[in-house]
Design a protein. Structure first.
Length: 373
């Protein structure tokens, strides 16, 4: 191939320091000539090897570049899709976990609400029960006020309760009054045949009584009245609060009696007869006539005590607690219950006190009740 290495006009001007004049080619082009002559221009084909080789190389590079760009674009789109899918899976997993946690929380909340509802129903039931008890106590108090359970001015005694039994001489009779610890057996023939009599018994807790020195009453006092004298001895059984643990200790206990006809104050005297048994709560004595009777001891023996707790509502969530302790006697127990009719019953139990006890310590079983007022 021929290579022209002669300097161009531009290079000559640069060497000589002259600025090249702009070249304007005003000669008609071949296309113009053909248009004038009416000939269609032949398509121009540049067959120079160098120019053709250069254009070929550029196209190949562009094709490769385009192919690589498409491949990279596809890979990028695939990567983005994978990242999007992974993000969606992560988000979906998180949502699922949140849903599960919400379901667990909902289940727990429902169970807690159910438990609270059960507790509320129990509290309502307790409140209704307390209200019912208070109403019953009010009714009982009203009824008792209407009764003659009051201090009788005539005899100066406080009667808790009384009962009546009609006796006949032709058959055996028994008076059972277990709620007050009294039993009386009347054998057949106690009264003449064909005769009847009315037996009246009163349980007494207070009165104007005079006791012998060093006498401690260990039972309730019972007024037993019958207008007729018995042909046969009857047996009286009285419950007492003494603790008899040996035969020797029976000698410390006595029956005491006061005549009904003597009037107030009633002077009690010791009766020589009477039967006391170790480990028994009852004592017995045979009698041919009645008056006031009680069981006592000639010194301070061991005895059972009865404790009772009452609660009186002062205002919502505030109660007065009354702790009452007395000898274990049914008449006294009823007397105390009547006194606290406007209160709610609490714990009842039999207790033993040491002989040298000077105080009683109350300890709640519930550790939350650590403050006492």
């Amino acid at each position: 191939p021929h290579v022209d290495v002669s300097p161009t006009q531009q290079e000559k001007n640069e060497v000589s320091g002259l600025k090249p004049e702009p070249h304007v080619d005003v000669s008609p082009t071949q296309q113009e000539k053909d248009e004038v002559s009416g000939l269609k221009p032949e398509p121009h084909v540049d067959v120079s090897p160098i120019q053709q080789e250069e254009e070929f190389d550029v196209s190949e590079v562009l094709k490769v570049q385009l192919t690589m760009n498409k491949k990279m674009k596809m890979e990028l789109e695939e990567y983005e899709q994978r990242m999007k899918d992974k993000s969606d899976i992560t988000a979906l997993t998180g949502i699922q976990r949140n849903v599960e946690a919400a379901e667990v929380l909902q289940t727990t909340t429902v169970q807690s609400l159910d438990e609270k509802e059960v507790q509320l129903q129990e509290l309502r039931a307790k409140a209704d029960s307390l209200i019912s008890q208070l109403r019953e106590k009010e009714n009982e108090l009203t009824q008792l006020k209407q009764k003659k359970l009051q201090l009788e001015e005539k005899d100066d005694i406080y009667v808790v309760d009384e009962t009546v039994l009609t006796l006949t001489g032709d058959e055996e009779c028994t008076l059972n009054w277990p709620e007050y610890g009294l039993h009386i057996n009347f054998p057949k023939g106690s009264l003449p045949s064909g005769h009847t009599a009315e037996l009246q018994v009163k349980a007494i807790v207070a009165g104007h009584f005079v006791l012998p020195p060093e006498c401690f009453i260990m039972s309730g006092i019972y007024q037993i009245i019958c207008p007729r004298r018995f042909n046969k001895k009857v047996t009286l059984h009285l419950r007492h609060s003494g603790i008899i643990e040996s035969e020797e200790e029976t000698s410390d206990f006595r029956f005491y009696a006061a005549k009904c006809s003597s009037g107030s104050p009633y002077q009690f005297k010791e009766l020589k007869n009477g039967s006391f048994t170790p480990f028994s709560e009852y004592a017995s004595i045979e009698l041919s006539q009645f008056s006031h009777f009680a069981v006592g001891a000639n010194r301070h023996p061991k005895q059972r005590y009865y404790s009772h707790v009452f609660y009186k509502l002062k205002q919502p969530h505030e109660w007065d607690m009354h702790f009452v302790i007395m000898k274990d006697d049914p008449a006294f127990q009823k007397f105390i219950r009547e006194k606290y009719l406007d209160c709610v019953d609490g714990v009842r139990q039999i207790v033993k006190l040491k002989s040298n006890a000077r105080s009683i310590k109350l300890k709640p079983e519930n550790e939350e009740l650590d403050q006492w007022q």
